[in-house]
Design a protein around this ligand. Structure first.
Ligand code: ZN
Length: 206
């Protein structure tokens, strides 16, 4: 889904107001960095909470770190980043029906600078753009994300790639921190079909 700013943070795909919201993109236009987000619905263990399980199992954890969830993490059922199948995901967005490979992933804590979110998501707010511009800056952005990654994917990216950034909120209880910035980020690039700016789609098998 995509709509005005954070509309789908509290509306479902039928435009009904719901606390859980929808899985949605920030923009109603295709950019070089497609950003997809959804709530970390910790209590119901739905929406993007599962991304925490994917993160944790690959960091060697056996149970969800969020105590009230505490789900047993099944290594066999969750993506294994050490294999291509585990780190290459099928995602369709903006008419691009493709496979995307993760090259970086990390979680920020509550005290992270608010600038991280707008930089990571190439955000524009009140006509100020916070993302990288031009190949040199995009290269820096890639290096920054790989440098911060909690997992070594052994995957590189170039400024000519089509990116996808998937994020959700952290599992910590941050109600005591004003404007908490705890978030879990995944950075991906299009790999199949080969990455081209603003995406080529996979040709459906006939
Ligand atoms: Zn959990």
């Amino acid at each position: 889904m995509y709509g005005d700013k954070w509309y789908y943070a509290n509306h479902n795909e039928e435009k009904k107001e719901v606390e859980s919201g929808a899985v949605y993109s920030h923009y109603s236009a295709l950019t070089q960095n497609i950003v997809i987000t959804a709530h970390n619905s910790r209590v119901s263990k739905t929406m993007f909470h599962e991304l925490h399980h994917v993160q944790e199992v690959n960091m060697g954890k056996t149970n969800c770190a969020y105590k009230k969830c505490n789900a047993v993490l099944d290594k066999a059922a969750l993506p294994d980043f050490s294999t291509p199948e585990g780190r290459i995901w099928d995602v369709s967005a903006f008419g691009i029906d493709a496979q995307w490979e993760i090259f970086a992933m990390y979680e920020t804590d509550a005290k992270e600078s608010g600038k991280t979110l707008v930089y990571n998501t190439w955000y524009t707010e009140q006509s100020t753009y916070y993302g990288p511009t031009g190949e040199a800056e995009i290269k820096k952005w890639i290096d920054y994300q790989i440098g911060r990654s909690d997992y070594d994917f052994g995957v590189t990216a170039t400024p000519k790639d089509q990116f996808m950034t998937i994020y959700t909120c952290g599992d910590n209880s941050d109600s005591d921190v004003k404007n908490a910035q705890s978030r879990l980020y995944f950075f991906l690039k299009q790999v199949n079909p080969v990455s081209t700016l603003y995406g080529a789609s996979a040709t459906p098998a006939t």
